[in-house]
Design a protein around this ligand. Structure first.
Ligand SMILES: Cc1cc2nc3c(=O)[nH]c(=O)nc-3n(C[C@H](O)[C@H](O)[C@H](O)COP(=O)(O)O)c2cc1C
Length: 405
């Protein structure tokens, strides 16, 4: 590929993407694009069979790197690529290539690089469900996983052959999430984190409810951040149109009562609880089981809902003692109210945000926050909610003695 610039994505960090001979190879360019969007360069290596399904040219264009498939195309490429890559992903990974990996066969460029590579390897199998269920293959796959190879398991669905079963390659989002988690700091590895997110709905009758403007973006960003840093995350989410982050347990709730049940249950053995949900403070005093007619006029009386943060805080010590963070969404500079909540609810940290401030607020992609602990106060200036979520966990880790900064 003379004359074409090398090093798409971040030139310093690249992964080797192995593409093998499955019909799912048509998804490889989308995966390359997603990895590059995460600012990681991609160097593609194909098998001969893969070139029957997709052209090297397509992958060369999206990766902006030379695509290799032959050991003799670029001498010593197997050593050079293996030496400097941050990780290897094989997607799609055929039964044939996975089995070769597990028996140390190096008969093409991809299998040779695999044998020379000592970093993390992620495989995304794609095949007919009967092949995936084959007991000999299952043994080979288990052996590889035992040696540290990370599998992004295939999903159930209609397969290329028209049959239904488990064998469809995992989504691009899941493969990317696994890569980012693998390359992440791992500083939250093993920690159990519960995040609540989104609004709640409090029903007036079966079709009408009161709610608030929360989009769930901050809570979802927190869940994703903790997961990418290695935590075992449970996201308890009120109604939102957001797709949940990959590979985390999601519990969907609708009302403040549902949120309360799920949060109390999941917090029992959590290390960190972050309550980013905008739980309705009030619910209708009476629920009408039949739809109210517009001919009836009525007054809406509201009662306070349970203070979930205070409840979680009061159950501390029964099993574990989680570090509890609450969010205080206020209009205007009411840090005083946030600080008061920190003390009255007996929690460890409160994140204050003025939802009317520029660059902050419910549906915004950015946030501006003040993190208030019992001894300290830190300002997080306007930044994407994902970066803000990372800052919050940096502070939590430092407060709990796990962080280094
Ligand atoms: C149309 C077609 C589709 C195929 N799809 C798959 C597949 O999804 N998964 C798989 O493991 N093998 C599949 N195969 C078989 C592989 O292409 C074959 O085992 C090949 O030797 C794999 O070589 P490779 O692992 O070097 O890419 C398919 C073969 C054909 C002809």
């Amino acid at each position: 590929m003379e004359g074409r610039p090398e090093g798409g994505g971040n030139a310093d960090k690249y992964i080797v993407l192995g593409v093998t001979g499955s019909i799912a190879a048509y998804k490889a360019p989308l995966l390359v694009r997603a990895i590059r969007d995460a600012e990681i360069g991609v160097k593609v290596v194909m098998t001969d069979a893969a070139r029957q399904f997709i052209t090297p040219l397509a992958l060369e264009i999206v990766s902006e790197n030379q695509v290799l498939w032959d050991n003799f195309q670029s001498p010593l490429s197997h050593i050079k690529l293996a030496g400097n890559a941050a990780a290897m992903i094989i997607a799609p990974a055929t039964l044939n290539t996975i089995s070769k990996f597990s028996t140390a066969i190096a008969d093409n460029l991809l299998t040779t690089i695999f044998m020379a590579f000592h970093g993390p390897v992620i495989i995304a199998p794609a095949m007919n469900w009967r092949m995936y269920e084959n007991p000999i293959f299952k043994d080979r796959l288990a052996y590889l996983k035992d040696k540290g190879v990370i599998e992004v398991p295939p999903e159930r669905g209609t397969l290329a052959c028209g049959e239904e079963g488990v064998g469809r390659m995992a989504s691009v989002g899941r493969i990317l999430h696994t890569l980012l988690r693998t390359l992440g700091s791992g500083d939250m590895k093993g920690l159990k984190v519960v995040v609540s997110s989104g609004p709640t709905r409090e029903y007036i009758d079966p079709v009408r409810f009161i709610t608030n403007k929360s989009s769930g973006k901050m809570g979802h960003a927190l869940a994703r951040s903790a997961s990418l840093r290695g935590a075992i995350v449970t996201l308890i989410s009120g109604p939102t149109s957001l797709l949940p982050p990959e590979d985390i347990e999601v519990i969907r709730v609708e009302t403040s009562a549902g949120m309360q049940r799920a949060v109390l249950e999941k917090s029992k053995d959590a290390d960190i609880v972050v309550m980013a949900a905008a739980v309705c403070d009030f619910r209708p005093e009476r629920f009408s089981p039949g739809k109210l007619s517009r001919t009836e006029s009525f007054n809406l009386s509201l009662n306070k809902t349970t203070d979930i943060l205070a409840e979680v805080s009061s159950q501390r010590g029964t099993l574990k003692t989680p570090y509890i963070t609450g969010f205080a969404a206020e209009t205007g500079d009411r840090k005083d109210r946030a600080r008061e909540k920190l003390h009255s609810k007996g929690i460890d940290m409160i994140v204050f945000n003025d939802v009317t401030a520029k660059g902050a607020g419910f549906d915004s992609d950015t946030n501006v926050m003040s993190v208030i602990t019992r001894e300290d106060e830190l300002f997080i200036p306007e930044m994407p909610k994902g970066d803000g979520a990372n800052r919050i966990f940096d502070i939590i880790l430092r407060e709990t003695g796990r962080g280094c900064s």
